[in-house]
Design a binder for this molecule. Sequence first.
Ligand SMILES: [Zn+2]
Ligand SMILES: [Zn+2]
Length: 350
Amino acid sequence: MALLGATATHAAAQAASPRWYKGNTHTHTLNSDGDSTPDEVVRWYREHGYAFLVLTDHNFLTSVDGLNALHGADQRFLVVKGEEVTDQFAGKPLHINGLDVNAQVAPQGGGSVVDVLQRNVNVIRQANGVPHINHPNFRWAITREELLQVRNTTLLEIFNGHPQTNNAGGGGVPGMEEVWDAILSGGTLIYGIAVDDAHVFKQPGRPDVAGPGRGWVVVRAPRLEARALLGAMERGDFYASNGVELAEYEANAQGLRVSVKPTTFSKYRIQFLGKGGRLLSESLEPTASYQFTGTEGYVRARVLESNGSMAWMQPVMVPARAAARHEPTAMLLVGLAAIGGLLQWRTRLR
Ligand SMILES: [Zn+2]
Ligand SMILES: [Zn+2]
């Protein structure tokens, strides 16, 4: 992975190297229960430093061609079509975004929470869209155990800016980071995203309504194009944030390296977490790195800012190196035991 903010001094290198694009993948307009037109919504994100926006109305696919003709700009701004496939089971809201679906997808229903989720994930995939599971703790709809069973999706909202989504958990229900760690600890690689789920653009400054600018992703992609962005997200080549900006973020087979772009009044902690959410190390400097040892299961990093905002890096599954080294030895022992058993059996026969 290249460095975020790497200074490509040569024009050729600049054209060839991937860039980082800030975007929001969960937004509503007047086409469902938002308070503003698609034009007004797109304008807000365009004017607030975003590079891309996915419009995701409830069970409605808003056309983006006219919006891109008006607001789109090569390598600067892009609107991506999408839908929040809005379903339920036994009164529990089950919402899954379909990013860049090729046609409007109807909610599929099903016989259980897991069944409804899985059928909607599958139909989004069939429409060539990228699914992400939305706000599991909204009305406490989806449990950790249910999320552990959903397949064929790589993205999970770990932060949603809507004020009733209970990101932190409570009353015995785990928060979204704890759920994320449980899924990763079970061996399923899933990436954490932060989104606005914005509905309200006409009441700025009210924390009790679902306003914009609260959660986003920063994606490293070869170009500002829907498939390039979504491909990068499905590879985990992005970070999620609700306020922290990174200067560098590199992950490779050896380890992770994170560098915060500090702001004047804040201090930071960078934490590296492993299987079960175990704290592997913590740095009090704005730059930190972690070398894999082969015993972590997976490693992910997060940045905690002194006013409560965060950034979440994506997990890397770490192959068990120590176990791999012992594997031939174990095989040899099993082999020797088998030969020994055979010799004993032959001895008894005589
Ligand atoms: Zn929703
Ligand atoms: Zn929504």
